[in-house]
Design a protein around this ligand. Structure first.
Ligand code: HEC
Ligand code: HEC
Length: 209
């Protein structure tokens, strides 16, 4: 029995120590150009249109997860049914996804600026939450510089377009987007009003590490 447990523990730790999908960034760049991702998200993952998310510097695990949700038959279950992304993701193989994720993860995010009128409220929520309303700080999961935490599945936020971030927070609030494990983001946004959402999205646009 003891042997069996030892073998089991070894097998599990071996499994856990395997690297996550190791993509090839070089090949990913070619795919980004070939499949037209660059047209919207920018060659280096810095999009120009604030409705299209920047992908530069996002962790590879989260990029791959999002692409698989768009591609999968359950994108409706997760409420990410963006018609453009769903159509495009269907053309991607697992290898394409790993390569694209590796490529965009190695690019540098170009950050923006926060709206001076919203920055105080945004700062307070991002860094301290709101105890009276039981809103946790965003920093607790997404990190003080907004770099995220790949191991826990928390995406990087720093420098992202405020318009995109605001739209996603509203999608969580309306429960249209249901990609978040244990409803983490749906719970938080259910306690936030539109002004708070707008302010924190603006603060995030100006955040950098
Ligand atoms: C015509 C414009 C367009 C093209 C082309 C396009 N995208 Fe997108 N992409 C979008 C939009 C808009 C969204 C936001 C969708 C939403 O609101 O959920 C998005 C979202 C994403 C996300 C999720 C980002 C996040 O932070 O959750 C990833 C990853 C992504 N795209 C990767 C790609 C890749 C890889 C390609 C090429 C194979 C591609 N996109 C092509 C417009 C585009
Ligand atoms: C308990 C941990 C936790 C806290 C606290 C938290 N988040 Fe999140 N957040 C997540 C997770 C997990 C996801 C990824 C959901 C998914 O996989 O699609 C996420 C996703 C997001 C996204 C979507 C990113 C994208 O590119 O589409 C935004 C925006 C976001 N969070 C903003 C915030 C803000 C603003 C706060 C503070 C008000 C906050 N988060 C607090 C865990 C957290």
């Amino acid at each position: 029995m003891r042997h069996f447990i030892t073998i089991l523990v070894c097998a599990v730790s071996l499994f856990l120590s395997l690297p996550a999908v190791a993509g090839n960034a070089e090949a990913g760049k070619k795919t980004a150009l070939g499949k037209g991702c660059a047209g919207c998200h920018g060659v280096d993952g810095n999009s120009i249109n604030p409705q299209w998310p920047k992908l530069a510097g996002q962790n590879a695990h989260y990029l791959a997860k999002s692409l698989k949700i768009f591609r999968g038959n359950d994108s409706e279950t997760y409420g990410r049914i963006d018609p453009i992304m769903v159509g495009i993701a269907k053309m991607l193989s697992d290898e394409d996804i790993a390569n694209l994720a590796a490529y965009f993860a190695t690019q540098k995010m170009q950050t923006g600026e926060a709206d001076p009128e919203l920055v105080t409220l945004g700062y307070n929520i991002y860094r301290g939450g709101d105890k009276a309303k039981s809103i946790p700080s965003c920093m607790g999961c997404h990190g003080p510089t907004g770099a995220g935490n790949p191991a826990s599945g928390y995406p990087a936020l720093a420098g992202q377009w405020a318009a995109y971030t605001e739209a996603q927070l509203l999608h969580f609030k309306s429960e249209e987007r249901r990609t978040d494990r244990n409803q983490m983001m749906r719970d938080i946004t259910s306690k936030m009003n539109r002004e708070e959402i707008k302010a924190v999205a603006s603060y995030i646009q100006g955040l950098y590490d």
